[in-house]
Design a protein around this ligand. Structure first.
Ligand code: KG4
Ligand code: ZN
Length: 334
């Protein structure tokens, strides 16, 4: 029996997730228990509530993943888990669950970086070709990551302030849209037009860094000014104008980096990869590029454990093992 099965657990933020992946790239089951409903009324993720929900959901989610796959923990070759970055109390629940299972069943344990997971979500759809670049755009991260081989991550640009998803969520809050705001802005943007010219932070010549806090402030200031003047600003147009700025900077820098590094693939990862405007702009920009554009399906963009299993399987096969002293590391480097 040559088949290899990895069970993975992800609890870094507000989804309790368990998945099983076969032979590095074949998704067997992917269970995600979302807590969004509990955090909505607070307008964002409340860390303490997140931890408590993870504790309630952990064994149920694990059982469901095993039931779905018709397998037991004994069938697994290793247990992978997100060790960071993320909310420390949330991460601890997953790390301790993974350690308990691995210890009880004497299975190898593999700690995985959350962003490596987001990137590897793409490999469940298509084989990687190196060198490749990944545009990681989530609630906590905005990075351009160069990969020359499996398991090697070189950050060539990153946000200097807010992450792209964070900017979406903050602007959405100002527009009184529910949490998380990204999908709501995305929807509104398609009903509006770019009537307001918001700034685009290109930063220094040749820089692959990003900055979204100036844009966020510009949107908030424009809304305040309109309110003071009693001027009618359509939320749809504000959303469309904001989204145009974010998408323009992300897609332009991604293409420039892909050309400069001569990569074979451009991979998009993280929750904001679900954005329709971004997907469309990237598809247009990469039409004539040598680099093949990969964008995962929506269920693999936002947080899940399939991506942790995919990254964990590669790490496992490269010989990486975590000890019983594995700990949650909220500031873990890629
Ligand atoms: O990767 P993810 O699920 O969690 C983190 O690791 O952060 O990303 C969540 C982020 C949130 O900020 C959410 O608003 C954003 O992804 N998001 C979107 C869309 N769907 C989710 N942002 C823009 N457009 C979307 N369609
Ligand atoms: Zn994430």
């Amino acid at each position: 029996n040559e088949d290899q099965y990895i069970l993975a657990i992800e609890t870094s933020c507000d989804e309790t997730a368990v998945a099983v992946v076969k032979n590095e790239t074949e998704l067997i089951t992917n269970v995600v228990a979302s807590q969004i409903e509990s955090h909505k009324r607070f307008g964002g993720v409340v860390p303490e509530i997140a931890s408590r929900h993870h504790i309630e959901q952990m064994t149920l989610t694990l059982q469901q993943a095993l039931d779905d796959s018709g397998m037991t923990i004994d069938d697994m070759d290793a247990i992978a888990v997100t060790e960071g970055p993320g909310l420390v109390g949330a991460l601890l629940v997953g790390v301790n669950a993974a350690k308990s299972i691995a210890f009880a069943k004497q299975k190898p344990l593999v700690g995985v970086h959350h962003i490596a997971g987001h990137i590897y979500a793409n490999r469940l759809e298509k084989e990687f070709q190196f060198p490749l670049l990944a545009l990681v755009v989530s609630g906590g991260h905005t990075e351009l990551v160069l990969m020359r081989e499996h398991g090697s991550f070189e950050i060539i640009g990153e946000t200097r302030d807010d992450a792209a998803g964070e900017a979406y969520d903050k602007v959405a809050r100002t527009l009184k849209l529910p949490y998380p705001g990204g999908p709501h802005i995305d929807r509104l943007a398609h009903e509006g037009e770019e009537t307001i010219e918001f700034p685009r932070a290109w930063l220094e010549d040749g820089s692959y860094d990003f900055s979204f806090s100036g844009l966020k402030s510009a949107v908030i200031n424009r809304l305040h000014k309109a309110k003071q003047r009693g001027e009618e600003l359509k939320a749809e147009d504000v959303a469309a104008s904001f989204q145009a700025s974010v998408v323009d900077v992300l897609s332009t820098k991604a293409l420039r980096a892909a050309e400069e590094y001569g990569v074979k693939q451009m991979i998009v990862a993280g929750g904001v990869a679900a954005n329709k405007g971004l997907r469309k702009a990237l598809e247009e920009k990469f039409q004539n590029s040598e680099a093949e554009l990969l964008i995962p399906p929506l269920h693999l963009c936002t947080d899940n454990a399939a991506m942790i299993a995919a990254a964990g399987a590669v790490a496992f096969n490269q010989g990486h093992r975590s000890g019983w002293d594995l700990n949650a590391n909220p500031g873990l480097d890629l």
